[in-house]
Design a protein. Structure first.
Lengths: 384, 430
């Protein structure tokens, strides 16, 4: 049992001058059972009326000890566990892990495997952003986009299901490449999806982008400056919306990303609306990448030569990729055995969540919900 | 039949005005039943329409196309455990939903479904209506306070602040419509709901088109304010699900919760009725003064029957499109019976329209007239109810401070301006 109670909440608040008419501050628990905290996040809010004076995030309700589990599993056995961290972008998690171990073992996946990885990862990025858009809009009160995005996300999940048999926790990749060759008609399915989803993105935008209420609810809400964002270690679309052109796909190209032509969309104000625009633009860029990848997919093997029993040499490695939510890094220490000595995950959601307090101070309760939504956290990844 | 029963049939005034308490009671019962049925129907329609906006099917399992879903829901809510939180103020917690319900239903005593189709014609009708319908917020505030919990409290405070900021603009918009009623030879206006519709009849124009665009602007202001008044999307921050879990009724469950829902829908119908009465000609059919030949009267009086006829036709098409599997046999039969019922009502209405087409004082003619009035009134209200659903499907929720800003800084000045300009134009014209 946590000894923390509402009254003992240690909120780091600036001392305020006592107002002429004294009023009691209200401390309320938002979550862990709350429709808008995206799972089991608990935010302790200190309110003056509706104004937020401070917040404290309480996490750990979904802690499963993924990093500790890694120490008791072989490298191959641990592979499916990473899917359970950010369960809406499982493919990205798998890519990061496989590439990290490959780097540690000094093997490289074949070109065809890299292309398959890029296609699936970018599809997953679209799926993740679609889910974000639906839930974010629902938090702000627009019910309908949720159903539109889920309808279209279904097409991506169908492709995953046909490729590897799973829809969400895909376990799509293996250390050294991919286990499965693409199924017959994979390229056609992906191309069909591209032409199917492009007008749907416009459809979401007609509901929201110029919607007056949407603009009022998101513009200048949850502003974070580029300096603050960098200081807090924020990555991904949240960082790019503040105007920092930082995308690991360009900065430290991995998989086959150096071979594709795409842009990094950035924002200017760092507010919720910019983050919305950045993510919408990212979906379009992902479509571009997928189109290039599926047209230029080379023939060849899909699996590099890796031993049956994976035993990386003694050493340590940090490898990070650009997951839909930001920089997803794996730090692996190998003692030369079949199991990692230590595995540490740098989850983007966990780090981005630290920006919540900076972003919501002085705003209203309704904005807390909007900001939690715009940070695009997944509690499975925050708590691991 | 006793004389006091017969005496009222064929009368052209409301039972309240005729002092006929027996018929007043009958009307009260009819309206109470009618509104309850309308709320149940609205529940189903909202779920279905919302589902179709959102590429879903909505309820499909309980009854054909989920037609029995509201009854299943009602049964479930009645059977649920009645929970009163330990920390709540028991009596106030108990009484809060009743206040809301009472306020929502009391309003219907003055709503004119026709020149004599109302319980009573109060000479301060519109004032009574605004006053009583604002009382509904008391139920919300009291519910939030009595729950003794944080989220309901915030929801209740939001609701009261919301009401204060919208009531003013709403009232001013209403006053500008009331001003228009005084555009006659005597220069005397009226606050009576029936009088307001009759004024539109005499002036030959619905007030929405009067002094265009003044009437229209007032109407739009009222339409916005009435959404805020009834706590519906996009102004539903009192029960904003994603922020306050369920707002003021977070601690409520079962039957008590359903009373809140009943009150909300009843209030929606009530405010829509005010809008229809004030700006859309109440019970008057479209083009009442352009196409006033008896032949047109007859054609328009066929509309109720035809409406039910087309609903029956849609239901029959639904029957033919049902899956042929034997699992669906009961559903097919159920939908066919429903369609037959609608068809029967359609035939009945058409028969009345044909028998009662002469404009004499016969009972059939009076009945025909009454049906027409109620039909056009309900149809206009139904348009508003559809809009309520449409808004909910389309828009995000306003933030609390933005809502206050719109109320005080946008709607209030505009409605005040409209009022002043209406007065000036009225003086110049007369």
């Amino acid at each position: 049992m946590s000894p923390r109670t509402n009254d003992s909440a240690n909120l780091d608040l600036e001392t305020r001058e006592k107002p002429y008419l004294d009023s009691n501050e209200l401390i309320i628990n938002m979550g862990p059972q709350h429709p808008a905290t995206h799972g089991v996040l608990r935010v302790i809010l200190k309110l003056d009326g509706e104004k937020v004076l401070g917040t404290e995030c309480v996490i750990g309700y979904l802690h499963r000890g993924v990093e500790k589990i890694a120490e008791n599993r072989t490298y191959t056995m641990f592979n499916p566990y990473v899917d359970r961290m950010d369960y809406v972008a499982a493919v990205s998690n798998g890519l990061g892990y496989c590439e990290a171990v490959e780097k540690l073992m000094n093997v490289e996946a074949p070109a065809r495997a890299k292309y398959i990885r890029v296609i699936l990862t970018e599809l997953n990025r679209i799926a993740s952003h679609q889910l974000w858009l639906g839930t974010h809009a629902l938090d702000i009160g627009a019910m309908t986009p949720l159903f539109y995005t889920f309808r279209d996300r279904e097409e991506i999940l169908k492709i995953f299901e046909k490729y590897c048999g799973a829809r969400l926790t895909t376990h799509a990749f293996r250390i050294g490449g991919c286990q499965y060759e693409t199924y017959a008609g994979f390229e056609k399915d992906v191309k069909n999806f591209l032409s199917f989803v492009a007008p749907k993105i416009d459809e979401y935008e007609t509901l929201l982008t110029t919607n007056r209420i949407w603009l009022e609810r998101t513009k200048n809400v949850g502003v974070i400056s580029a300096a603050d964002a960098i200081a807090l270690g924020v990555t991904g679309p949240v960082l790019r919306a503040s105007g920092v052109k930082w995308d690991l796909r360009k900065a430290q190209p991995y998989a086959a990303y150096s071979e594709f032509d795409f842009e990094i969309p950035i924002g200017t104000n760092g507010d919720t609306y910019d983050r919305y625009l950045v993510r919408m633009a990212e979906i379009r860029q992902s479509l571009r990448i997928i189109e290039q990848a599926v047209n230029g997919i080379p023939e060849g093997p899909i699996m590099a030569k890796v031993p049956k029993v994976i035993k990386p040499p003694v050493g340590e490695i940090y490898h990070s990729i650009e997951a839909p939510k930001g920089e997803l890094g794996y730090f692996i220490v190998s003692d030369g055995s079949t199991q990692p000595y230590r595995l540490r995950v740098r989850p983007p959601s966990f780090v981005n969540l630290q920006a919540l307090d900076v972003m919501v101070r002085g705003l209203l309760v309704a904005d807390v919900v909007a900001v939690i939504g715009t940070l695009d956290i997944v509690l499975g990844e925050v708590d691991r | 039949m006793p004389n006091f029963v017969m005496s009222y049939l064929g009368s052209t005034v409301t039972p309240g005005e005729a002092g006929n308490q027996f018929w007043a009671l009958i009307y009260v019962l009819i309206i109470f039943t009618g509104v309850s049925v309308a709320v149940i129907a609205m529940n189903w329609i909202e779920r279905k329409a919302l589902a179709h906006f959102q590429v879903r099917l909505g309820p499909m399992r309980v009854g054909p196309h989920g037609l029995l879903q509201p009854f299943a829901d009602a049964l479930k809510l009645m059977l649920k455990e009645d929970i009163i939180p330990a920390a709540a103020d028991q009596f106030v917690f108990w009484v809060a939903p009743l206040i809301g319900l009472l306020a929502a239903f009391t309003v219907y005593t003055v709503i004119p479904f026709g020149p004599s189709q109302a319980v009573s014609d109060m000479n301060i009708g519109i004032l009574f209506m605004l006053g009583v319908s604002s009382l509904g917020v008391l139920g919300i505030v009291v519910a939030g306070w009595a729950s003794n919990s944080h989220y309901p409290l915030i929801g209740a405070l939001r609701s009261s602040a919301q009401m204060v900021s919208y009531e003013v603009a709403m009232g001013l918009a209403v006053v500008s419509a009331v001003l228009m009623t005084s555009m006659n030879e005597k220069g005397t206006g009226t606050l009576s709901m029936i009088g307001i519709v009759q004024a539109q009849q005499q002036q030959g124009v619905w007030f929405i088109f009067k002094f265009f665009p003044l009437g229209f602007i007032a109407f739009v202001i009222f339409s916005i304010a009435m959404i805020a008044e009834t706590n519906r999307a996009p102004f539903d921050m009192a029960e904003a699900e994603s922020e306050l879990t369920a707002g003021y009724h977070t601690e409520y469950s079962g039957l008590r919760w359903s009373l809140f829902m009943l009150a909300e829908y009843a209030a929606m119908i009530a405010v829509s009725s005010i809008a229809v009465t004030l700006w859309l000609g109440g019970w008057m059919r479209p083009f009442a003064n352009l196409l006033h030949a008896p032949a047109w009267d007859f054609i328009f009086s066929l509309f109720p029957g035809l409406t039910f006829g087309s609903l029956a036709a849609i239901a029959f098409v639904g029957v033919t499109r049902m899956p042929a599997h034997s699992f669906f046999k009961i559903q097919r039969i159920g939908l066919a019976v429903f369609a037959a019922l609608l068809g029967f009502i359609a035939l009945l209405l058409l028969a009345i329209a044909i028998v009662g087409r002469s404009a004499d004082a016969s009972l059939a003619a009076r009945f025909n007239e009454g049906i027409d009035y109620v039909y056009w009134f309900v149809l206009k209200v139904a348009v508003f109810m559809y809009l309520f659903i449409w808004y909910r499907a389309t828009w995000p929720r306003y933030r609390f401070d933005q809502l206050m800003r719109i109320g005080w800084k946008v709607l209030l000045p505009i409605s005040l301006g409209v009022l002043v300009v209406t007065a000036i134009v009225g003086v110049i014209v007369s």
